[in-house]
Ligand binder design. Structure first.
Ligand code: GAR
Length: 220
């Protein structure tokens, strides 16, 4: 067994936690997290939404909930590093305890990730480590998988590669299309993200190598 490399306090941070959501698109996971916070299933408040895309539909979803989102689009001719610096600044100014990537389609730099160690979560529509990157559901279908699913993981500087915190699986139906599989996985994502976030915030978990151990073995 690998030695404990981190033991989380309980609770992880002063509750309710301040969460910043980063997104690039539709924002259904953001909506689900916001519902979970409002309904008391997650002891947190979403204090900001930051997007790298001005056209993200998730921005309107934030406004409807009374959150003024920040869109930091890449300017013409702007380098990646400068764009990311502006994104990071927007997040920093919101003073988050935790950052939730929810359909945020960029890889964060090691510098950004290093500023928030074990404090950035991401949700990905596959059973990692299988099928990181884009079109995860299509990759699973093309591979001929009989089981697919979603993963919530801590973010490191790789692509969908950090320690796994929560997973959910479903059986792929015979002849299932990418659209239908994506939709079915998305339904599971919404629950998984909120439940996993609540467990992370409760704290008391340990990181052994890259394996996250929760204090109540046997729970999902
Ligand atoms: C979700 O399926 C999420 O898992 C995926 O993008 C979708 C965003 O939907 N994320 C990734 O593929 C990250 N690698 P949403 O904007 O409706 O939450």
């Amino acid at each position: 067994m690998r030695e404990t490399s981190y033991r989380a306090p309980s609770p992880l941070v002063k509750l309710p936690a301040r969460i910043v959501v980063m997104l690039s698109g539709r924002g259904s996971n953001f909506d689900a997290l916001a519902d979970a916070c409002q309904e008391g299933r997650v002891p947190a408040a979403i204090v900001g939404v930051v997007s790298d895309k001005e056209s993200a539909a998730g921005l309107e979803k934030a406004r409807r909930r009374g959150i003024e989102p920040v869109a930091v689009a890449r300017k013409a001719g702007e380098g990646r590093a400068s764009h990311e610096e502006r994104l990071v600044d927007a997040v920093r100014q919101l003073g988050p305890d935790l950052i939730c990537l929810a359909g945020f389609m960029r890889v964060l730099s090691p510098e950004f990730v290093g500023e928030f160690p074990l404090r950035i979560l991401n949700i990905h529509p596959s059973l990692l480590p299988s099928f990181p990157g884009l079109h995860a559901q299509r990759q699973a279908l093309e591979y001929g998988c009989r089981v697919a699913g979603a993963t919530v993981h801590f973010v490191d500087s790789g692509v969908d590669s950090g320690p796994i915190v929560g997973q959910v699986a479903l059986a792929v139906e015979e002849g299932e299309t990418e659209e239908r599989l994506s939709e079915r996985i998305l339904g599971l994502e919404h629950r998984l993200y909120a439940e996993t976030l609540a467990r992370v915030l409760a704290g008391g978990w340990e990181l052994h190598g890259r394996s996250v151990r929760f204090p109540n073995p046997g729970a999902a």
